[in-house]
Design a protein around this ligand. Structure first.
Ligand SMILES: NC(=O)c1ccc[n+]([C@@H]2O[C@H](COP(=O)([O-])OP(=O)(O)OC[C@H]3O[C@@H](n4cnc5c(N)ncnc54)[C@H](OP(=O)(O)O)[C@@H]3O)[C@@H](O)[C@H]2O)c1
Length: 161
């Protein structure tokens, strides 16, 4: 099973200057809880943007066109197909970004863990348009603005219809 996990702003923005748009502590905790113990698939830019590389307690699959790239303690993949070949059918693998990787995996993903941030941001990277007719909402939780969460947002989990 392929799952996408992403934080998306109201204008579909997901990143600027190879960084996330904002720090949302509850969202980061949830990301860690959902992805720990699993394989996570990411593009090279996202890998390079991480504060700790690779993320602990997960198996990182990093996609790059550059055959010389060989990141320590990661599985390398030089195509989408090669990334998928590292995942078996009976496990949930998480696609964690960024924009170019989400675009290629959205058509073949089974589940979406969206954090919808109720704010618009200046950005240079966007999530592809979601056709919500293809997705069924199975879980929703709202998080209000607070000291640790500068914006309100909603956790939305969808499964493909
Ligand atoms: N909001 C969120 O939840 C979230 C999550 C993750 C990332 N982000 C943000 O997204 C931004 C990064 O996204 P991005 O689109 O610039 O980069 P990216 O998708 O992380 O990585 C792009 C790179 O991946 C490689 N690649 C992509 N498709 C490939 C394929 N089919 N075969 C082989 N290699 C492939 C290429 O590497 P080469 O250079 O080798 O060609 C490409 O330059 C950052 O701002 C980051 O903070 C946001």
């Amino acid at each position: 099973m392929i799952s996408i996990i992403v934080a998306i702003a109201e204008n579909n923005a997901i990143g600027l200057n190879n960084k996330l748009l904002c720090h949302l502590s509850e969202d980061l905790k949830r990301f860690k809880q959902i992805t720990s113990g699993h394989k996570i698939i990411m593009g090279k830019n996202t890998y390079e943007s991480l504060p700790i590389r690779p993320l602990p307690n997960r198996t990182s699959i990093v996609i790059s066109h550059t055959k010389d790239d060989n990141f320590c303690n990661c599985l390398m993949a030089y195509s989408i197909e090669e990334a998928l070949s590292h995942c078996s059918k009976d496990e949930e693998c998480f696609v964690i970004g960024g924009g170019s990787i989400y675009k290629q995996f959205l058509p073949i993903s089974d589940r979406l863990y969206l954090t919808k941030i109720h704010h618009e941001f200046e950005a240079d990277t966007f999530f592809p348009e979601i056709d919500y007719k293809q997705w069924r909402l199975i879980e929703k939780e709202d998080v209000l603005q607070s000291v640790s969460n500068p914006f309100s947002y909603s956790f939305l989990t969808y499964e493909r219809c």
